[in-house]
Design a protein around this ligand. Structure first.
Ligand SMILES: *Cc1c(COP(=O)(O)O)cnc(C)c1O
Length: 401
């Protein structure tokens, strides 16, 4: 799963280029930086990999979502539709933008259910954020068809699927823009970091200015002597992160290749157990193999199966109980818990109505998650660990299925 597993001499070499000059900032210092523009180079290579015209590196995946929404003009009074299975950062970023998150069901792709998306579009819908969850594709083509019919821009949250594809095309390039995360547990990591990719020059220029206090970043004008296009904030990436990103990006194909090998070994064992099914993956070749998601026949069996796995130290993730990724467990949403006495952002919204959510609003997603177990796949899985996993899975299968 995470790129930190392969952190090595390549990353150290890139970092030492930066440390030798002491220039840690991505802009300016042209004389002192000895030709090192690590963040800019990282952006260029990332865009090249994805086949897009523009890439902007930012301080995190959450920042990428926030900046991208600003670039699309999302603001208080708007609704943004995302799915009820995602990392909380997706809905936090919508709330940080002042907009109202609207949640769809997921289907057996574990990503946005297109039919439910269509039902949830209103005249206030300003953007749609499908999330390519746990390493593989959302049904992005169908989602694009619906979004285009309503003329609403799509932001692909590709935080968990760097390097993933659908029909040979990189995830993050189907919509108006795509965002990525390089946090410590993502497929490639810069410790903290994120990226926004787009083919739209206007969106890129908006992102670039918004992420740096409104600076225009003109080629021949010193930063600071330029005009401020509008109010922004600071979501910049620093040179050390760009340096690490360059080394990690070069390793991404081999990371995915190793994960595919390990995933296949474990999947073959599960396939032999009657009653176990797998998450629907729209394009196996384009899977990043960061996770292996499988279904037991019912919830009771899923829990029992995982109890046996856990007892033998090879437990899977039961997302139904996970408080970070699964809608019914996001208690702040239902209780309106916030740091602020005023109740903002749940109260005093621009629309005049409080934000209100029901825990049981996504019964379809809940039914799917009842039966779901997920293994994170590592790049390095030592033979003895794999052997222990296989043995335990086989005996759990005999006992439960
Ligand atoms: C990790 C993640 C983010 C946020 O990225 P950070 O770099 O941790 O801020 C956003 N969306 C999803 C789906 C994620 O998994």
């Amino acid at each position: 799963m995470p790129g930190f597993e392969v952190f090595g001499k390549e990353e150290k070499k890139e970092i030492s280029d930066v440390l030798e000059t002491g220039i840690l900032f991505r802009y300016g210092f042209d004389k002192e930086r000895n030709g090192n523009y690590k963040v800019a180079e990282f952006e260029k290579r990332f865009a090249d990999m994805c086949g897009t015209s523009y890439a902007l590196a930012v301080s995190s995946g959450s920042a990428a979502l926030r900046v991208a929404m600003a670039a699309l003009g999302v603001s208080p009074g708007d609704e943004v539709i995302t799915q009820g299975f995602t990392f909380i950062a997706t809905w936090e970023a919508i709330i940080e933008s002042g907009a109202t998150p609207v949640f769809t069901e997921v289907d057996d792709t574990l990503c946005m259910e297109p039919a439910d998306l269509e039902r949830k579009i209103t005249e206030r819908t300003k953007a749609i954020i499908p999330v390519h969850m746990i390493g593989a594709q959302a049904n992005i083509k169908e989602i694009m068809t619906i979004a285009n019919r309503h003329n609403i821009p799509v932001m692909e949250d590709t935080a968990q699927a760097s390097g993933g594809k659908l029909g040979g095309q990189h995830l993050g390039t189907f919509g108006a823009l795509g965002i990525f995360s390089f946090d410590p547990v993502k497929t490639m990591t810069t410790g903290e970091g994120g990226m926004i990719i787009t083919n739209d020059k206007n969106i890129y220029l908006n992102c670039s200015a918004f992420h740096d206090h409104g600076h225009e970043h003109l080629p021949n004008v010193e930063r600071g002597l330029d005009n401020r296009r509008f109010m922004g904030f600071n979501f910049r990436m620093m040179e050390l992160q760009g340096a690490i990103g360059l080394a990690q990006l070069a390793k991404l194909p081999s990371i995915i290749q190793e994960q595919k090998k390990n995933k296949k070994i474990i999947k073959q064992v599960l396939e032999k157990i009657g009653g176990i099914n797998f998450r629907r993956i729209l394009d196996q070749d384009g899977d990043t193999a960061t996770f292996l998601a499988f279904f037991l026949p019912d919830g009771e069996k899923a829990r029992r199966f995982n109890q046996i796995l856990k007892k033998n130290n090879v437990g899977a993730i039961y997302y139904k109980d996970n408080t970070w990724h699964f809608y019914p467990n996001w208690d702040e949403l239902f209780t309106g818990t916030t740091l602020f006495k005023s109740g903002w952002p749940f109260k005093n919204t621009v629309s005049g109505a409080d934000l209100m959510y029901e825990k049981d609003a996504l019964s379809g997603t809940e039914a799917i998650f009842e039966r779901l177990l997920v293994y994170p796949i590592s790049i390095k899985m030592p033979g003895d660990h794999l052997a222990a996993m296989i043995k335990t899975i086989e005996s759990a299968g005999k006992e439960v299925c």
